[in-house]
Design a protein around this ligand. Structure first.
Ligand SMILES: Nc1ncnc2c1ncn2[C@@H]1O[C@H](COP(=O)(O)OP(=O)(O)O)[C@@H](O)[C@H]1O
Ligand SMILES: [Mg+2]
Length: 223
């Protein structure tokens, strides 16, 4: 019997109202087990990112319940929600979303600054994460001095800074060439093998085939 870590029950997300209402996520129920590697696939506009935003507590569903680690998100206070986002969840996006005026090392330190980690400890942790992702020689570079694949590895290091149990990745290989994309996917597989729960949105059916559960979306619904 595997333990669940994410549960969605009849989750809807509707943008706008009346004639302009757009149903982005339609009555989605699903369970993700602790330590599972799950992919979400579906055409552009099918609701994948919107679904990930609901799971990541970056948005509030119109209807339905989400439980993260058996805690109901809608029952949490705003500060509890922020804590879960910061300490339980790690995010990786297609556009990397690094801060351009911060160095590589500083970008990885940010989540730990928000958690009030002591400066020496947080610099050491950031350095060791970056070294493990083969970026030890780029600590004082700025994001625009790196290749796309390197920038995405910095973003992954940042996502790992607070040791989250769950990694949510929205098309992390979408902007990368095949070789860099394969390296990023290998890193995600390694994290899964270390026990993390991974949710990967991808357009690539070959990558989805390598995961343990594939959730296919069509027009906001899981099919
Ligand atoms: N903030 C928003 N306001 C209005 N409509 C939105 C918003 N975000 C997404 N949508 C709509 O919801 C649908 C699903 O979008 P999205 O979740 O981004 O799909 P995907 O990630 O699968 O490409 C689309 O029709 C999109 O236009
Ligand atoms: Mg999307």
């Amino acid at each position: 019997m595997t333990e669940s870590i994410i549960e969605l029950a009849h989750v809807w997300k509707i943008f706008g109202e009346g004639e302009a209402a757009a149903v982005a996520v339609k009555d989605v129920s699903l369970t993700i087990s602790k330590g599972e590697f799950v992919s979400i696939i579906g055409a552009s506009g099918s609701g994948k990112s919107t679904l990930m935003y609901q799971i990541g507590i970056l948005d509030t569903p119109t209807r339905g319940d989400i439980h993260i680690k058996h805690n109901k998100v809608s029952d949490m206070s705003e500060s509890e929600r922020a804590r879960v986002r910061r300490e339980v969840l790690g995010f990786v996006f297609q556009q990397f979303n690094l801060i351009p005026t911060f160095t590589v090392l500083e970008n990885v330190e940010i989540p730990m600054v928000l958690r009030d980690v002591d400066i020496d400890e947080r610099k050491e942790k950031a350095r060791s994460l970056l070294e493990s992702l083969e970026l030890g020689h780029r600590l004082n570079y700025f994001p625009n001095q790196l290749s796309g694949g390197q920038q995405q590895r910095v973003a992954i290091a940042r996502a790992l800074a607070n040791d989250p149990e769950i990694i949510l990745a929205d098309e992390p290989t979408g902007n990368l060439d095949t070789k860099s994309g394969a390296m990023v996917f290998q890193i995600l597989e390694d994290l899964h093998n270390q026990g993390k729960t991974l949710v990967l949105i991808t357009h690539d059916p070959d990558l989805a085939d390598k995961t343990e559960q594939t959730i296919k979306m069509l027009d906001g619904e899981v099919v």
